[in-house]
Design a protein around this ligand. Sequence first.
Ligand SMILES: NC(=O)c1ccc[n+]([C@@H]2O[C@H](COP(=O)([O-])OP(=O)(O)OC[C@H]3O[C@@H](n4cnc5c(N)ncnc54)[C@H](OP(=O)(O)O)[C@@H]3O)[C@@H](O)[C@H]2O)c1
Length: 298
Amino acid sequence: MARAPDWQAAEERPLVVLGAGGMLATAIVHELEEKGVHYLALSEQSLDITFEGRVAAILKGLNPGIIINTAAYTDVDGAETSREQAFAVNSHGADNVARAARSLGSKAVHISTDYVFDGKKEGPYRPDDEPDPINIYGQSKLEGEIKVRSAAENHLIIRTAWIYGPGGKNFVRTILGLGRTRDNLRVVNDQTGSPTFTRHLAGGIIKLASLDTRGTFHLTNSGQCTWYEFACEILRQNKITTPVHPVTTEEFPTDAKRPRNSLLDCKDAYSILGGPLPHWQEGLRDYLELETGNGEWC
Ligand SMILES: NC(=O)c1ccc[n+]([C@@H]2O[C@H](COP(=O)([O-])OP(=O)(O)OC[C@H]3O[C@@H](n4cnc5c(N)ncnc54)[C@H](OP(=O)(O)O)[C@@H]3O)[C@@H](O)[C@H]2O)c1
């Protein structure tokens, strides 16, 4: 059962965010600032999660009530040739953090991915569907999940997908850059997912983390589209008229295989959060407004 957020308790024991240089962590930190939560954010330079002893010692010193681990090796294609590095961070590193959380009596919040699934299912994946990753990154993230579950009883694993937001290279920025400089674009139209704005996701993660919620959950913006449809919408919302042509995955080969179906069934998380995250088109609008307002746009 979920109960109301208890930031009083969080005041006594800070919330710690790991992987703080990353795109999702940037949004989590923003939301924590907005909410006035007592937190500490550690980048890879401050804490490399692959070093077990340092993870245990530094986290012990901070005595967190909640640890949100966003740190990950996220180069999906690079993982195909850097298997050891991917597993070192996504599996061994996740394990180090979860073990430290258990020994300190902290809640271990771990971020995972739709890439643990093979993408062959018709319709959205439920949290208890059988994972079967088709690339090294997905395998390393799945092994990380298994280790977190086994190391820390008080864990919350949140799988998400197709994220974009400030503080990182992302699909929206890429398409806008190409849309402004190329005569036409070719974008894959046979992979489906739910594009997810990091700020919307971060709000949900923090709320789930603060409640007495444990187990594995899925969380993305609502609605669905293909990468092609997402690209068209990005250009439409920016009034860019560069033509976009739909192509197949076979016509656009990458080092790592991608699941055709990245849809995650978020009903369980939405029910605890009191409703769905906004539709992906609204997420895109909010993101574009934010970047335009910041004057940071490419
Ligand atoms: N991006 C997506 O579409 C997506 C989709 C589903 C799930 N996810 C998951 O969401 C989480 C956040 O992803 P993101 O997109 O925000 O990724 P990101 O921008 O690449 O952030 C990951 C952060 O982890 C840091 N890191 C890497 N190795 C580390 C280590 N050994 N110790 C400590 N920190 C380390 C990275 O630092 P450096 O940059 O300095 O290496 C980076 O700042 C990850 O768990 C990812 O698997 C992402």
